[in-house]
Design a protein around this ligand. Sequence first.
Ligand code: ATP
Length: 360
Amino acid sequence: MASVEVSALAKRFGTSTALHPTDLTIGDGEFVVLVGPSGCGKSTLLRMIAGLEDPSDGCVLIGGRDVTHAAPSDRGVAMVFQSYALYPQMTVAENIAFPLKVAKLPRAEIEERVRDTAAMLDLSALLDRKPRALSGGQRQRVSIARAVVRRPRVLLLDEPLSNLDTSLRARMRHEFARLHQQLGSTMIYVTHDQLEAMTLAERIVVMSAGRVEQVGAPIDVYRAPASLAVAAAIGSPGMNLLPATVVAVDADGTTVRLGGGEDVRTAVRVPGDAIGAAVTLGIRPEHLRPDEAGPFAGAVELFERLGPLSFAHLGARGEAGTIVAQLPGDRAVTLGETMRVAVAPQDAHLFAADERAFPR
Ligand code: ATP
């Protein structure tokens, strides 16, 4: 197994920058997920680690060895893509065995490894089938088997589940978690799926506009997003972000005023000289609760009942825009009714004009 380290790694395509100089260290055997909006540079970073894309600057170390200019096949990495190109004329067993045949391993060892890998991915009963006789999920499992059969030190996965339906994705999520335990490989996984990121990652790397915005345990990043970009990228539905002005600062926190004149108390400490500063108040939907005296009010424009919980979209007045509040699944709501909601001071986030979070 191996650690992966990128140092001042950057990529430009002509005049546009896909990745600004980036430093990142991924521990031996760690499961790291790269998340962020479309076009933020996740795949570019992954492809440079794989050796499929040449960096404009910086270097890549795998297991402590500088592989910046090494061929993909000489890096000890394997990659799984969104589109699982299998050889249609070969059986499942032959598809899985293919990389080992290319590497000229002895036949007995190839057979043993194919058997073990197929068992690990629940493919043992399908070894004689051709890809056309498999479901989408089974095909993707074969492409994963083909990647792991070489026992790569590092497994790179670029949105491997995005072609699958919801229930298959859920099953495959479990399989990835299990696979990681069994293989112990370092895994770097690109997705824009919140559930995959939150449930699979030991650490998530949140990217935005070609930069790493924050790195941390998923729950820590969720609870304390370091910037507006992270707040917007993590959580579904996303954090409510409302323009506000700092009106009072004391030892226990800060009071901000919304566009409509309502004051909201937060437990965030901002510097005393911030009075009058424009900030963004951030509140997750689950932290808004109905309260007749609450500062946020709006007519229910949209109501989504998911079963265990529901979401009310409140058309708020003024510049605040729509606010989304999470409610219990059984709560009765009428479209058009006016609802007032409040937030506890410790659940409110504040972001400065430079989009960085004030520490809480
Ligand atoms: P997605 O989630 O949509 O796959 P991503 O975060 O993986 O997005 P990248 O594919 O890494 O994003 O792309 C980052 C930026 O680099 C984008 O603006 C993209 O248009 C640009 N880009 C990627 N590949 C090339 C290329 N071969 N030539 C020119 N620009 C490219």
